[in-house]
Write a protein that binds this ligand. Structure first.
Ligand SMILES: Nc1nc2c(c(=O)[nH]1)N[C@H]1C(S)=C(S)[C@@H](COP(=O)(O)O)O[C@H]1N2
Ligand SMILES: [Mo]
Length: 287
């Protein structure tokens, strides 16, 4: 996509926090967009500041939006959009050299208690349905998932119990999957994570084939560039204990969100239930 401001000198708005070193091309594009949004938010803020100089009357006479004068509401909205854009794509988990990777312990067997039928396994996806219509299901083979760009990353896996291990994962970005297959929008348009469509589903649910383990994510986390549909760990295909044939890896969140043996993914309007949130843990489980 085109970034008309990309040829201008560095952003004149407030500085963004330092970005982290892993910057493939798409991340640079994201940062440019974040900078552009910062400039826009700065301009809106400038208008509000000017209003202060011109006089309070203008602000006091302005129409109200949700209990705030409309110009102030617009500043808050712009800041909210900026924060969303920033957390979605520019905060990256630290990546390590591959040589630091260690074997990962096996932890958590909910949803893995029956034998895995790797031949019969399909990824089932429930599309985001327009309100009032029945959602449609679509199936994918592991080979279809593997046909998408392969991403390898060495990140720290943190369990809420207090231990952590550096692991090399390989898989496909969930965002690449949704860029190729239009499953997450009402209109059936594919997802461009740098320019999210307005009819994107707000929540994603992931459930094991037997429905015993289940995880909920907000769409911002699902589209994060380090959120992978993962099929390899430390250079070898996932074993059943570690979630074969496909598990989630999302290194800004604790291990409880890294669901093993994904059966169904669904795109939803409501925050889906989550195995550990139901048992009292934080639903977001970020760290
Ligand atoms: N299906 C399923 N996925 C799961 C769990 C589980 O019990 N069942 N436990 C979670 C927890 S608490 C952790 S720490 C990690 C552990 O992954 P590992 O066994 O590959 O180390 O898996 C997560 N995903
Ligand atoms: Mo865990």
């Amino acid at each position: 996509m085109a970034y008309p401001e990309s040829s201008q000198p560095a952003a004149s708005g407030p500085a963004l926090p330092e970005s982290q070193p892993t910057t493939p091309v798409s991340d640079e594009a994201v940062e440019r967009q974040a900078a552009r949004r910062t400039r826009r938010a700065f301009l809106v803020g400038g208008v509000a500041a000017l209003a202060g100089i011109v006089g309070w009357n203008w602000l006091l006479d302005a129409p109200q939006e949700d209990g705030l004068a409309a110009p102030l509401r617009r500043v808050l909205d712009a800041n909210g959009r900026l924060a969303t854009a920033y957390f979605r794509n520019t905060r990256l988990a630290t990546e390590f050299p591959k040589s630091r990777a260690k074997p990962l312990r096996k932890n958590g067997t909910e949803g893995l208690k029956s034998a895995l039928d790797a031949v019969a396994w399909r990824l089932q996806v429930q599309r985001y349905a327009p309100a009032g219509t029945t959602p449609r299901m679509q199936e994918f083979t592991l080979d279809e998932v593997k046909a998408l760009p392969r991403v390898e990353m060495t990140t720290e896996f943190k369990c809420i119990e207090g231990w952590s291990t550096i692991v090399t994962w390989a898989g496909t970005r969930l965002s690449d999957f949704l860029a190729k297959y239009p499953l997450a929008t009402r209109s059936g348009r594919p997802v461009d994570p740098n320019n999210p469509p307005t009819d994107l589903a707000p929540y994603v649910s992931l459930v094991t084939p037997d429905k015993e383990y289940y995880v909920g994510l907000e769409i911002e986390s699902a589209l994060h560039p380090q959120t992978l549909l993962c099929y390899e760990m430390n250079g070898t295909p996932l074993t059943p204990e570690h979630g074969a044939p496909l598990r989630l890896v999302t290194p800004l969140k604790y291990g409880i969100k890294h669901i093993k043996r994904i059966g169904t993914i669904a795109f939803l309007d409501q925050r889906p239930p989550d195995y550990w949130a139901v048992r009292g843990y934080d639903w977001h489980a970020g760290h």
